[in-house]
Design a protein around this ligand. Structure first.
Ligand code: 4AD
Length: 465
């Protein structure tokens, strides 16, 4: 046979036919000297293959060779599809392949972690251990050290396919709304968000930074008459935060757009984009979500067709009414954000909402103050399950005022002079937002750690693999 059949396509319709498959030897089990079973996995589907000694076809030596294969080796099998009378446990396909020929394409070394162990839910481990088994829980650091193996679990296969969909929907939705995609530089002269979380480097003798966001350049693109733009790209933060939700490198989904009247136009995009995204994921990624849920159980996200918007002052009042004291002109800490998330869920039945009109003092220098009260700003954050996924705002488009605000925040204006100068030749009112891709996937799937949704996470303690 020259044609390949995918494991997922092996059905009764192929009974008695000769097929050629490639996959990983997930498990290998010898039964005496004349028979060996191999479960072959390809793209999440599994099929049981049987090598039985048969004169002229399968030798005893070959069965011995099969039985000695290492788990996770990549093998090709040529065989005949058969339909056993009983249900097959431990394989997704309800047919077997009677092995005629087997080639090992890539031999796996002995595994440092067992993938079946890495794929177990906490509940499963607990239950089995109560029943006297001794199952191992693979801890996060070990998983990340052997990430290539960890990625093979069904939950991880689901997580990164969902992540791919989030990016795809973000892109498709914005394209359909008249946005287009840009690619801004990641090597820049000054910091883009201010503060200490910036990776500094030497750029041929000149001090430089890794971009903390595409903020400055996406605004400059607006000054270049690009109207409505978006970017999907890496964002670097020299975080000193050892938390479940901070990475030193993450993928930013950013937009920037001209606005006519107010930052509400930007919040409209947030609302429609994310409702479209959640609807799509729920409808089209059932299999992936189920794979994640099996290992990390979670409830589907509750959201409204029209995204709830509360002002920061309303949020502070809700917290106050619930006995939580917060500074009405300060930022909310993680705990207060979580608490507000709970209160919003109880009162409005949604775990996805927008909080806007933040105190100006807690927002970046480029944020536009409210015209009716300069203590507040035309800005917003967006939350899923009580945690921030987006921050956005209307930006200052008046160069003198922008320079004044930067200086007031202790930013050396000369390091961002080309940015400020971009507004000197006529700049339209504009606004935008930035989303963290890993956070969206983490919170949509109710996961407890952002490292689970980063392919090869970079945090203050990890630069490899
Ligand atoms: O809130 P941030 O810092 O806002 C900006 O970068 C602005 N330039 C955005 C704008 O257009 N106004 O970051 C935006 C989002 C956060 O809401 C969060 O989802 C994510 O980026 N994020 C991080 N994700 C992982 N690790 C980190 N260290 C993150 N810091 C921010």
């Amino acid at each position: 046979v020259n044609d390949w059949t995918e494991v997922g396509a092996l059905t009764e319709a192929l009974k008695d036919q000769k097929v050629l498959i490639r996959g990983r030897a997930q498990t290998i089990r010898a039964v005496g000297k004349n028979m060996a079973f191999i479960v072959v996995r390809e793209k999440g589907f599994t099929v049981q293959c049987v090598a039985t000694v048969q004169p002229e076809i399968v030798s005893r030596q070959m069965v011995k060779y099969v039985a000695a294969l290492n788990r996770e080796s990549i093998i090709d099998i040529e065989g005949i599809v058969s339909v056993p009378g009983v249900a097959i446990k431990g394989a997704s396909q309800q047919v077997e392949v009677q092995v005629r020929k087997l080639y090992c394409i890539s031999k796996a070394a002995v595994l440092p972690i067992n993938i079946e162990d890495a794929a177990r839910s906490d509940a499963e481990i607990e239950k089995a251990n109560q029943a006297g088994e001794q199952l191992v829980r693979v801890n996060q650091d070990t998983r990340l050290n052997f990430r290539v193996l960890d990625l093979r679990t069904p939950a991880n296969q689901g997580i990164f396919r969902i992540q791919s969909q989030v990016g795809t929907i973000f892109r498709q939705f914005l394209l359909s709304e008249g946005f287009f995609e840009i690619h801004s530089p990641k090597l820049i002269a000054g910091s883009s968000e201010g503060g200490a979380s910036v990776f500094k480097l030497d750029y041929k003798g000149q001090p430089a930074c890794l971009a903390q966001s595409p903020q400055l350049h996406k605004q400059m693109a607006i000054c270049g008459d690009f109207g409505r733009i978006f970017e999907i790209g890496p964002v670097f933060r020299a975080e000193d935060s050892y938390t479940h939700r901070h990475l030193c490198e993450f993928t930013g989904l950013d937009i920037e757009m001209e606005i006519k009247w107010s930052y509400f136009e930007v919040m409209d995009i947030v609302s429609r984009l994310f409702v479209t995204m959640f609807d799509y994921l729920n409808k089209n990624c059932e299999k992936e979500l189920e794979a994640v849920r099996r290992q990390y159980p979670f409830e589907p996200l509750k959201y409204l067709p029209e995204t709830l918007r509360l002002t920061f002052a309303e949020g502070v009042q809700m917290l106050k009414d619930a006995g939580v004291e917060v500074d009405p002109m300060g930022d909310l800490n993680t705990e207060a954000e979580r608490k507000l998330g709970q209160l919003v869920l109880e009162k409005y039945g949604t775990e996805f909402y927008i909080l806007h009109r933040y105190p100006l003092a807690v927002r970046p220098f480029y944020t536009m103050p409210c015209c009716d009260n300069k203590e507040y700003s035309n800005s917003f954050d967006v939350f899923i399950r009580g945690e921030e996924i987006i921050s956005g705002a209307q930006r200052i488009h008046v160069p003198e005022f922008l320079a004044e605000r930067a200086e007031a925040r202790g930013i050396e204006v000369k390091t961002i002079s080309t940015y400020i100068d971009s507004f000197r030749y006529g700049a339209p009112p504009h606004g935008g937002f930035g989303v963290g891709l890993e956070r969206v996937v983490m919170l949509f799937c109710g996961l407890n750690n952002i490292r689970k949704t980063s392919l090869f996470p970079r945090d203050p303690l990890r630069l490899a693999p």
